[in-house]
Design a protein around this ligand. Structure first.
Ligand SMILES: [Zn+2]
Length: 181
């Protein structure tokens, strides 16, 4: 994927914070918005991520095939699977699957993680993290340690909107840094 940048009016940003994945995808590329709202068509190995920073508030939204994170997609059946699921959901809730530049002084202000099972043996995993950053102008990069914590994950297709400037980048274990500025 080639990187691209649009300059956007400030107006839609707060609106975007509420409707994050759809809004940012829609602003950048209507085809991507379509893909992200279509259920049951997830790609094993891939995750979609959106990141929005507005003032000192930020939100990350990750959507991925549950198997990429859990190692399985059926309902956890054995004690080992239940433990594995619990460990991985707690990891996502903690926000330690990514790191922001220390100088930006960001802390996790809220989170929501959930699994949605379909009728065909597949499941999607959603992780939303809200951040509060004391020095948001110093936020240059987000590093994704998630590749080391989720063995089934090979690619994160990331889109961002930082103070009205949007862009996109594809991340992998060898290229885990999302450059925001
Ligand atoms: Zn699946």
């Amino acid at each position: 994927m080639t990187a691209f940048t649009h300059h956007l009016n400030r107006l839609p940003v707060m609106f975007c914070l509420k409707l994050l994945p759809f809004c940012i995808a829609g602003l950048v590329n209507p085809a991507v918005a379509e893909e992200m709202t279509t259920h049951g068509s997830h790609v094993h190995g891939e995750a979609a991520l959106t990141f929005v920073l507005d003032g000192n508030e930020a939100e990350l939204a990750l959507v991925t095939a549950a198997g990429n994170i859990l190692g399985f997609e059926h309902k956890a059946a054995t004690p080992e699977e239940q433990q594995q699921q619990k460990t991985q959901l707690e990891m996502l809730q903690s926000g330690r699957w990514f790191s922001a530049d220390t100088a930006a002084n960001c802390t996790v202000a809220g989170q929501e993680v959930r699994i949605e099972q379909d009728d065909h043996g597949h499941a999607d995993l959603y992780a939303n993290i809200q951040l509060l950053c004391q020095a948001p102008l110093k936020l240059q990069n987000l590093q994704f340690g998630l590749f080391e914590l989720a063995s089934g994950l090979t690619t994160i297709k990331a889109q961002y909107l930082v103070d009205g400037v949007a862009g996109a980048q594809e991340l992998s274990a060898t290229s885990p840094a999302l450059k925001l500025r």
